[in-house]
Design a protein. Structure first.
Length: 202
């Protein structure tokens, strides 16, 4: 990945996962993220329950949008129905727009969310990875939509036990969101909290 992004090999992440690194370096990284976490909590203590979200906790938000094939997902009352509706939407958009189009990638992302809501995490990861790869190519690594996909993919990777991959993804999402939105933004806060929690278990 080019264009000046530190996504491919962030220095802090290399320090974290290197087998030869001293444990003190890992503690410093955890400490840095914990400081950010403490900072956002001290500023937004009343919002703590809102910001402490899992990466897949925003699924209800998709109920407010249609799938682009004349059917609203508001009629769905189970994760399985969301999966069916978004699968139809994705097939339709692939045929109409092709794979590398923002409408198609939006449907891919939404289908991944539906699978995550149904706790089908392998399938969720598959579609989040597709959405990430497509958005990376189409709109770049630091676009808000790409960062949202990275954040949610990180959560699914963590659930699947891929903690080092999840840490790298959260690292990228955190840096991107801090740069674009600042520490007071709920999206930034959600990533910081999840990343800090994950670092204690890596």
């Amino acid at each position: 990945m080019s264009g000046g992004s530190d996504w491919s090999a962030p220095v802090m992440f290399r320090r974290l996962v290197s087998r030869n690194v001293a444990s003190s370096a890992r503690r410093r990284l955890v400490g840095d993220v914990r400081k950010l976490q403490h900072r956002l909590f001290s500023r937004t203590a009343s919002q703590t329950s809102t910001t402490r979200l899992t990466s897949v906790a925003g699924i209800a938000a998709v109920a407010a949008v249609g799938v682009g094939v004349g059917v609203s997902v508001a009629v769905a009352d189970s994760p399985e129905q969301f999966i069916q509706l978004y699968s139809v939407a994705l097939e339709s958009r692939r045929e109409k727009f092709g794979d590398l189009h923002e409408q198609t990638l939006s449907a891919v992302h939404s289908l991944a969310q539906a699978y995550a809501s149904a706790k089908q995490y392998e399938q969720a990861a598959r579609y989040f990875r597709e959405a990430f790869a497509g958005r990376l190519e189409l709109i770049g690594p630091n676009h808000p939509d790409t960062l949202e996909t990275v954040h949610q993919l990180a959560g699914v990777e963590a659930i699947l036990g891929n903690k080092k991959q999840a840490a790298m993804l959260y690292h990228h999402a955190m840096r991107g969101r801090l740069h674009r939105f600042g520490i007071k933004d709920r999206r930034t806060q959600a990533t910081v909290v999840n990343y800090a929690d994950l670092l204690w278990t890596v």
